[in-house]
Write a protein that binds this ligand. Sequence first.
Ligand code: FDA
Length: 393
Amino acid sequence: MKKLDVVVIGAGAAGLFCAAQAAKRGRSVAVLDHAKRIGGKILMSGGGRCNFTNMYASHENFICDNPHFCKSALSQYTPWDFIGLVAEYGIAYHEKTLGQLFCDGSAKDILNMLFKECEKSGATVSNQCEILSIEKMDSGFELKTNQDQYQCESVVVATGGLSIPKLGASPYGYQIAEQFGLKVKPTRAGLVPFTLHEQDKAVLAELSGISLDASASFNDTSFNENILFTHRGLSGPAVLQISSFWQPGQTVEFDLYPNGDLLAYLQQTLENQPDVQLSTALAKHYPKRYIQAALPYLGIENKPLKQYQGKQLEQAAQAFHQWQLKPNGTEGYRTAEVTLGGVDTDELSSKTMESKKVKGLYFVGEVMDVTGWLGGYNFQWAWSSGWVAGQVV
Ligand code: FDA
């Protein structure tokens, strides 16, 4: 039986970071993970360059049933604190867009930094470690695993969400919450591409590889980034962002001319070149291949601009400004970047991430009902929630 202060379950971003913080305070800490390879998700993040934070992260960039829950942790450990650590390790980085910071080199730099932080502080990390049981004792917990038995004062659950099962994702964190009587909000895939109904797919799959500036909207939420047609459906940052808000069976609206007034542009062109075809006028702003498919798909006749009568030109412009699409579904956890829902934040202290019901039991990172937008917010949540728990376990 190994006696420790803290056992962390899950050696992802939140677990490794939390373990190093606790060990820096002199606590004895073990991180246990069932995966063969530690840190797979970090390595594939940000296209291999890890978008490790967002300079402008605030509680408004997170989806959570309690919109104020994230405030405390994000203010206790801010993006600038993490940027400071990255700089201490001499990791070069750049802002790609909208405050998103990426490594210049590789995501490996961030993973190595986390390993180094654990090593320096004395936290141990074990892979291929299956947790067989957790029991609450009079003081602390007892854990049985396929490797060792542990007695500890605090357990930190950092098992992440359900996305990308082949990298070790499992519902174990939710099961631990339920074992101890904590509520878990229903989960679903977020930051995930849409799949299409057959009639849309027949046309749009042909456009695979084309990306367009667009604003995607659902109810009161909009993201103005870009969309990407793929052979399976629709992806790209604006689509991933809105997928976290979309409800199955509902329609998403896309503005495919998001930064201007398409009608004004067409009227101007009509004045200067009345004989020009609509497709030619539009080809100034869109790839030709897209226009050829889009006009018949959106039910717009292609003819010289001067032949459009009454409100016809206005209707054509509107079809691009308000393209209504009802996705068939999403690609699901197989490709989703995150999992919405999870351990109910009403069960946890927002200052420490400790369970209000079970002393010594903590949840950090994505396992709880806190989901960031695309753009480095999810890693920042892993750092901030891991850090605050690391100060008190
Ligand atoms: P994480 O999932 O990282 O770690 C959980 C760990 O728990 C895993 O190591 C797993 O093996 C382990 N585990 C699970 N069940 C267990 C069990 N039963 N026993 C023991 N261990 C168990 N975010 C961002 O901010 N910027 C980005 O660039 C990206 N890019 C990105 C790309 C892709 C492809 C994905 C899938 C995701 C992203 N993300 C991202 C999201 C980000 O990776 C994610 O939010 C964090 O990794 C969450 O950190 P956690 O530590 O909470 O879980």
